[in-house]
Design a protein around this ligand. Structure first.
Ligand code: NAD
Ligand code: LMR
Length: 345
């Protein structure tokens, strides 16, 4: 049984994510922290008759919130409004993530740290560099959550292919036509850096003309669709809570040493030089400068044991072109996060 801390628990993502975690049989303690007092959320959730014990912590209680945490999920930060890019959030959210990581590194340095806050492409480097600054060089448990891109790819492809896409929250049981065996997503988490990869290439030929291109565009810019529809009230929250829960559950299953077989190619945005076979990704993609990439991961006990580089051998010509286009932006995004910590006094 595991203590999970949600930092940013009063927010649009934090609240529904906390609800899903309260329902999880893998969570024994649920620690809710936010600078906006999350007491109400915690008391409300505590009336649900599941195992997890909910505790709330206000802005002065970060240390208590983190003490003993095995998994820390971070949806703290500002979301986009129409007309903004994720990169526009960097200044505010980089300071938030840095501050939280400075405390995580001191209070629960062995926790698995999962970043939801945007821009993920730059904030995972902020987290990794903060850990390194404090002398922690094991970065195999710091990950950016890109599961929403996977969820969108599965949903939209399911729509296009006219497949049923029934899922059961909490068990990851898909129906017979499991979309997660058909598609995965690599690259990063913003626009053109999001690259859906068809695991069954013939699916492309089964689509109507133009459908494949519009599928790719929808996965890459699905976030904009939600930001526009919410008309200034923020970005994806419910779908992100579901995606975040799905990823946290994947981590929790690995901590419980459960088999991860059959759950599909679940990617995360990771620091390649910190991983045992990260350099294989760099050489397969022909760029030593590319230090961060979202790619399916293999987990052991809540940390990345290796990445699944075989997906890179399955890329079509068009998918390779998309990756080539993404690489310079991914490199720039990562450098921005690295500089933010390295150049700080
Ligand atoms: P929100 O504004 O509804 O909630 C954010 C919460 O963070 C607020 O409750 C706020 O009080 C809290 N917060 C701010 N500073 C904090 C700090 N220092 N410590 C603790 N809590 C703090 O926003 P949201 O809709 O929940 O989105 C949160 C972030 O997630 C945004 O940056 C958004 O862009 C990102 N996001 C990422 C993905 C993804 O796929 N990775 C998907 C959707 C949204
Ligand atoms: C998303 O993909 O929905 C999130 O990254 C939020 C956003 O700003 O689009």
């Amino acid at each position: 049984m595991v203590k999970v801390a949600v930092l940013g628990a009063s927010g649009g993502i934090g609240q529904p994510l906390s609800l899903l975690l309260k329902l999880s049989p893998y969570v024994s303690k649920l620690s809710l922290y936010d600078v906006r007092d999350p007491t109400g959320t915690a008391v409300d959730l505590s009336h649900i008759n599941t195992v997890a014990e909910c505790q709330s912590f206000n802005k002065d209680q970060l240390v208590d919130a983190l003490r003993g945490a095995r998994v820390v999920v971070i949806p703290a930060g500002v979301p986009r409004k129409p007309g903004m890019t994720r990169d526009d959030l960097f200044k505010v959210n980089a300071s938030i993530v840095r501050g939280l990581c400075e405390q995580i590194v001191q209070t629960c340095p062995n926790a698995t740290v999962l970043i939801i806050s945007n821009p993920v492409n730059s904030l995972v480097p902020v987290a990794v560099e903060t850990f390194k600054k404090f002398g922690i060089n094991d970065t195999t448990k710091i990950m950016g959550i890109t599961t929403l891109d996977l969820v969108r790819a599965e949903t939209f492809l399911g729509d296009y292919m006219n497949h049923s896409r029934v899922t059961t929250v909490g068990s990851n049981q898909f129906d017979k036509r499991r979309m997660h065996k058909v598609v995965s997503v690599i690259g990063g988490h913003s626009g053109h850096t999001i690259i859906p990869v068809m695991l069954l290439k013939p699916m492309v030929y089964m689509m109507k003309p133009g459908q494949y291109d519009s599928f790719i565009h929808r996965v890459q810019f699905g976030g904009d669709e939600v930001v526009k529809a919410k008309q200034g009230q923020g970005s994806a929250t419910y779908s992100m809570a579901y995606a975040g829960y799905r990823f946290v559950e994947y981590i929790l299953k690995s901590i419980q040493h459960e088999s991860l077989e059959g759950l599909g190619y679940i990617p995360a945005y990771v620091y390649l030089p910190g991983l045992k076979n990260g350099s294989i990704v760099q050489s397969k993609l022909g760029s030593k400068e590319l230090e961060y990439f979202s790619i399916p991961i293999n987990l052991i006990n809540g940390r990345i044991e290796s990445v699944d580089t075989t997906i890179l051998d399955k890329l079509s010509k068009q998918e390779k072109l998309l990756v080539d286009k993404a690489i310079p932006e991914l490199i720039d995004n990562a450098k921005k996060g690295q500089k933010f910590i390295r150049n700080a006094a």
